[in-house]
Design a protein around this ligand. Structure first.
Ligand code: SAH
Length: 348
């Protein structure tokens, strides 16, 4: 199966040429998909019937079906549980900030990274998403926002899955949504979040894509990090820091470090000092996240006052940090929670 939303303008052009069609039809199709945002090939009325039939035979489009949609009464955060064509489910979230609207997309069904605090990894990795399935999540959200004249201004690859473990599809997504003939999301408005797969971080740097790299750090020493994130046994903190420095040197882009605070695990003032020391050589920003409670995990978040003390300690040591505002707390917005609930309902 091929996904129409998974085609870059270039691959579409090549396909058209093979069909004996002029290459500029790729621009027309991109306009329908990403500017007019039609929902079907049949609506692409400036293409011949013959070409539309050919496209419909070759490509799938509109493969996501909403299983559940939740809208936060507090902050307008909208969360979707989508069924893919094969019945697997993924989550996508629209978030409203004072600087604009961001969409959080999934890159895999489930995840194999095994982080101890994360709901997405509970059932392991089911499968990679195709680039088209990642793009369609964004188009779906933009189409919804169109009804209110609103526009997605940034995208985070922070839904379920490890984007750098599905590298080609994740980068296919970046290429398609940044295309000037399409959605025109700026590279720097795309954040790729990773557990820290080092060869892939270096490859991302070498390809000079200019996306924002977010690294899920969550601990400043190997013992604690290995306990929380099995990936740390393969790529420890020292090698991760080297890769981050390399990323900064090559791209000039400041790194974002994610740090989820878990009561009694990684949230002491000593932890804050170790973190500031570790990050001193790297131009970066720290996002402190009150850990989201996952019933299966039984981890408790750090009290708000202690989170503030942690942030203040970082600040005193010259490390900029922000406490991430909680979005959609009333609608199970934590990673993978909706999907976990849904599969619980199906098996239970
Ligand atoms: N695999 C990638 C991207 C998906 S997870 C990564 O690990 O970065 C997106 C972010 O949510 C990561 O920083 C992850 O560590 C964090 N996260 C996962 N479970 C969480 C929880 N229960 N509470 C808070 N943050 C969580």
């Amino acid at each position: 199966m091929q996904w129409l939303y998974g085609m870059t303008r270039q691959t579409l052009r090549e396909w058209l040429e093979r069909q004996g069609e002029p290459a500029y039809r790729a621009e027309q199709i991109f306009q329908w998909l990403y500017k007019k945002r039609v929902g079907s090939i049949a609506e692409m009325t400036n293409l011949s019937r013959n070409l539309r039939d050919l496209l419909a035979q070759e490509f799938a489009m509109g493969t996501l079906a909403v299983v559940r949609k939740q809208v936060s009464q507090k902050d307008g955060t909208t969360k979707f549980l989508f069924a893919l064509h094969d019945g697997d489910t993924i989550e996508t979230v629209i978030m409203r900030h004072d600087y604009g609207i961001s969409v959080c997309v999934s890159t895999q069904v489930g995840c194999k990274m095994g982080c101890k605090f994360c709901a997405s990894t509970l059932g392991g990795l089911i499968r990679n998403l195709h680039a088209g399935e990642i793009v369609e999540q964004l188009v779906y959200c933009q189409r919804l926002l169109d009804t209110a004249g609103e526009r997605v201004s940034s995208v985070v690859l922070m839904g379920s899955g490890e984007p750098l473990d599905n590298y080609d599809a994740a980068m296919g997504f970046v290429d398609i949504v940044t295309d000037a003939g399409g959605l025109m999301i700026g590279q720097r408005h795309i954040t790729v979040s990773t557990v820290g797969l080092i060869p892939a971080i270096r490859r991302l740097a070498d390809e000079r894509r200019g996306v924002t790299l977010a690294v899920s750090l969550h601990a400043a020493d190997d013992e604690t990090r290995s306990r929380m994130m099995p990936v740390n046994k393969a790529y420890n903190i020292a090698t991760l820091m080297e890769a981050c420095q390399y990323y900064f040197r090559v791209t000039g882009r400041r790194i974002s470090f994610e740090y989820a605070l878990i009561n009694g695990h990684n949230d002491s003032l000593d932890d804050a000092r170790r973190l500031a020391e570790l990050l001193r050589p790297i131009p970066c920003h720290v996002n402190l996240i009150p850990v989201n409670y996952v019933p299966e995990r039984n981890l408790v978040r750090t009290p708000a006052r202690q989170i503030q003390a942690f942030a203040d300690e970082l600040g005193k040591l010259g490390q900029t940090a922000t406490v991430r505002r909680e979005m959609g707390a009333d609608i199970a917005a934590a990673c993978g929670q909706l999907r976990a609930e849904h599969s619980g309902e199906r098996s239970g």
